[in-house]
Design a protein around this ligand. Sequence first.
Ligand code: HEC
Length: 130
Amino acid sequence: MRAFLRTVSISTTVFLVSLPSAQAQTGNVAAGERLFKKCLICHAESVDEARRGPSLVGIVGRKAGVADGYPYSEAMRAAGAAGLVWDEDELAAFIKSPQAKVKGSWMSFSGVSRPKDISDVIAYLKQLAR
Ligand code: HEC
């Protein structure tokens, strides 16, 4: 019984740890584009346009808080200075709960929160390269 429990807890851990990258690989670009409409209220798809938030063109793999021409919050600039880079796992955590990831960020929107939806949005963001 104890051995059985140990096996169960190990496989649960492996499952939780491997989930984010597994999702990232299966993200659906078309579904992500539809979901991104929610982000468009505050984020532009063109490089030079800032709305309430910065442009997200080229965001995947970029350091936090460095889009040209956007006056980030203290919190986001500090996160970037401390080494936060928007890889897929960091983006997933931020989209799910911006305040939990970067406390004090100006972004409080967490309207895309299902794991599948988050990985779809990230798949779309990857297409938004410069
Ligand atoms: C209500 C407005 C609003 C909505 C909707 C919104 N955001 Fe944001 N977002 C912001 C603001 C404002 C910032 C700048 C945060 C700061 O400086 O603290 C930001 C910052 C970000 C950043 C960090 C950018 C950088 O250059 O470091 C990412 C990534 C991001 N948002 C992704 C998203 C995604 C994906 C969505 C849709 C699921 C979304 N946001 C929806 C307002 C919004």
